[in-house]
Design a binder for this molecule. Structure first.
Ligand SMILES: [Zn+2]
Ligand SMILES: [Zn+2]
Length: 423
């Protein structure tokens, strides 16, 4: 008897990805790799868990992600580790450790873990694709990174999405702006949502990107950071916008698009699918983080990147009816009525020739094997009975379309299957 307490179910907030849906995941990864590698980004793998300090310092202690949502645990050696809640901090940690030559342009595909309330499009283990580019402070790099994400979405066939863009300023111009914003919001404290009435002094930016009606209304005419940028920040932002115009990447300026941590600087951006419900329609985003490498103990190094959630992205594809993926059906299915040798040898020679082939096992009846052949989706059944074995031939039965069964020599089989499969 199985232990009754063991439910054979994936943990709450997680999901399995089985074939044929998994073929879309392979295709998403391949499309992303193609897009970013064409621009010089190389794949990096880093561990799924890190010293918890990487995230406490890299994301910030007071963030919901670190404070409430992180999977934090002590290992058997007493180290406090955390499952990565996002992709950037581990990449920056790896950069500091290995000091690859600059500029360092890297991409990743990784699961990310957050203890959130499970809901559609939001998981406790979700999966992210992203890039990080370290070294240049050049605004052309910002535009490159944004254009890569935009190009990736378009390569999947998505069109109903928008790009919001803002500048966070830097340590020169942001403190002055924060004072102005704080004064503005203090005078309207009663109009804000309860959470942001309390946290107003610590971080007035939070009220700007709050999704609650109260905060949205109270900040509608709030001073915008973009109007208070210092000259270098304004020039930087101007160049990013000019680049995107020239590259043909449409965007909309959004003064509410802010990130609450000190290391975020200048460009910040977010992609939203118009095909998804507005509360859950973010399909990717990122920004410049010129202070982060230093914050994690490395030399001052500018950086920028983005992350894309695969689950949400595929929901957007479904909603737009794009990015169907061919599940890769077999070219041939071998039906063996002579004890298994023919199935063993023929599948091997077809596979060596680069053809997809499958077979039945356990010496089942012809009827049962043909049923399996049909269910496999193969284009053609390769049937070997005693007569064919004797004559050194096989019977080729098309399973789709209108072709007739025919007999071919064993030695001509690879060419015949290739013919049937249209390769
Ligand atoms: Zn609020
Ligand atoms: Zn500035």
């Amino acid at each position: 008897m199985a232990d009754e307490s063991l439910a054979a179910r994936a943990p709450s907030g997680t999901h399995d990805v089985l074939w044929p849906e998994s073929t879309r995941w392979e295709a998403v990864l391949a499309a992303f790799a193609h897009q970013v590698e064409s621009a010089g980004y190389g794949l990096a793998h880093t561990p799924i868990f890190e010293d918890v300090k990487v995230f406490r310092r890299g994301i910030g202690e007071e963030s919901a992600v670190v404070g409430k949502e992180m999977y934090e645990f002590e290992d058997r050696g007493g180290r406090t580790l955390a499952l990565r809640p996002e992709g950037t901090a581990p990449m920056v940690r790896a950069f500091i450790q290995h000091r690859p030559p600059l500029p360092w342009k890297a991409w990743y595909a990784t699961p990310a873990f957050r203890y959130e309330r499970p809901q559609r499009g939001r998981y406790r283990q979700h999966h992210q694709l992203g890039v990080e580019a370290l070294g240049p402070a050049d605004p052309d790099l910002d535009a490159e990174v944004v254009a890569l994400a935009d190009g990736f979405f378009r390569s999947l066939g998505l069109v109903r999405f928008t790009l919001s863009l803002n500048s966070m300023g830097d340590n020169v111009c942001r403190p002055g702006y924060l004072e102005i914003l704080r004064a503005y919001l203090v005078a309207r404290r009663a109009d804000l949502c309860p959470e942001h009435q309390d946290r107003l002094e610590a971080n007035p930016l939070r009220a700007l990107d709050c999704k609650r009606e109260a905060c949205i209304a109270a900040t509608a005419d709030a001073p915008a950071l973009v109007d208070h940028l210092c000259d270098p920040c304004r020039a930087h932002f101007g160049r990013v916008c000019e680049d995107l115009d020239v590259l043909g990447v449409p965007y909309a300026f959004d003064h509410r698009l802010v990130r609450g941590f000190d290391y975020y600087t200048r460009t910040t951006f977010e992609f939203s699918s118009q095909a998804l419900e507005s509360a859950q329609n973010g399909i990717g985003g990122g920004g410049r983080y010129d202070g982060l490498v230093e914050m994690l103990g490395g030399p001052p190094t500018p950086g920028i990147g983005f992350g894309i959630g695969i689950e949400r992205l595929l929901l957007a594809c479904d909603a737009e009816g794009v990015f169907p993926v061919d599940p890769g059906l077999p070219d041939a299915f071998v039906v063996d009525l002579v004890g298994g040798d023919a199935a063993r040898d023929i599948t091997a020679s077809l596979r060596r020739a680069g053809l997809r082939s499958d077979r039945a096992f356990d010496q089942r009846s012809m009827k049962s094997q043909l049923k399996s052949a049909d269910r496999s989706g193969a284009r053609v059944a390769v049937i070997v009975g005693p007569d064919e074995m004797e004559a050194g031939t096989v019977s080729l039965r098309p399973l789709r379309g209108t072709g007739e069964q025919r007999t071919v020599l064993r030695s001509d089989l690879v060419d015949a299957v290739r013919d049937e499969a249209g390769h």
